[in-house]
Design a protein around this ligand. Structure first.
Ligand SMILES: *Cc1c(COP(=O)(O)O)cnc(C)c1O
Length: 232
């Protein structure tokens, strides 16, 4: 079966990333593409890896467990969606990064379980800049406190921040939110917390990744733009 549409989509996205980088004085090599593979089967995932995908993102623990053994080894798995504390044990031996840490309790569970596997898991703290009631993520004012606590945990390493922007028909309307998030990222970086590295700013999805990169994202999570439209 041919998955050449995946190859074409990836090429198109790469071009858009390069152009967004040109416009904002960045280098395309500094942008990490996370290919979001929720509801996508292992054969398509493996084709995308052949076409150059190096990082895949899943939002459900169940899907990681189901597909992990069928997917080629030469890829890094990221948990990008909300993670329940009681499910951490199922993925802590499989994922290299968890983007959705939104409580001290969750971070502690990740550290405890990772330690048992002699692993250190990279985590991003999910911040809810838009303060939407329905969304996960901590508020900006809770960020210093959570960084303080998580930085003491032995088997998690904070590597940055993550944002899920509100959905908008016109992605320009979320530009101020990306911009605000970059300010928070930079000021956190300048605060020099011990054992906290502000390396990755994970924001931008299929509809708005170009704007996210223009505003400072260096990790984008793209699903439908690569694998085609589907219902979640
Ligand atoms: C599904 C998902 C994405 C990708 O969304 P697309 O619009 O398909 O690109 C990114 N981040 C998270 C957390 C997701 O759940």
């Amino acid at each position: 079966m041919s998955f050449s549409y995946v190859k074409e989509n990836l090429e198109e996205i790469q071009k858009n990333i390069e152009q967004a980088c040109l416009r904002s004085g960045r280098h395309p090599n500094d942008i990490t593409l996370v290919a979001v593979t929720k509801t996508i089967e292992a054969d398509v995932m493996n084709a995308s890896i052949d076409y150059g995908v190096q990082v895949i993102g899943e939002n459900r623990v169940q899907e990681i467990r189901r597909k992990f053994d069928e997917v080629n080894d030469n890829v890094s798995w990221h948990q990008i969606g909300h993670l329940q504390t009681n499910k951490v044990k199922y993925i802590v031996d499989k994922v290299d990064m968890i983007h959705s840490v939104d409580s001290v309790r969750l971070a502690k569970e990740i550290s405890d379980k990772a330690g048992k596997h002699q692993r250190i898991i990279d985590v991003l703290i999910q911040v809810n800049v838009a303060s939407e009631a329905q969304k996960f993520g901590i508020t900006e004012s809770d960020l210093p406190g959570i960084l303080e606590e998580v930085s003491k945990m032995p088997s998690v390493q904070v590597k940055g921040l993550m944002l899920i922007a509100p959905f908008a028909e016109d992605p320009e309307t979320v530009r101020p939110i990306f911009r605000r998030m970059k300010e928070i990222f930079d000021s956190t970086k300048n605060s020099n917390y011990d054992n906290v590295e502000m390396k990755y700013l994970s924001m931008g999805m299929s509809g708005d990744y170009v704007i996210a990169i223009e505003e400072g994202a260096n990790m984008v999570r793209i699903g439908s733009g690569i694998f085609g439209l589907r219902t979640y």
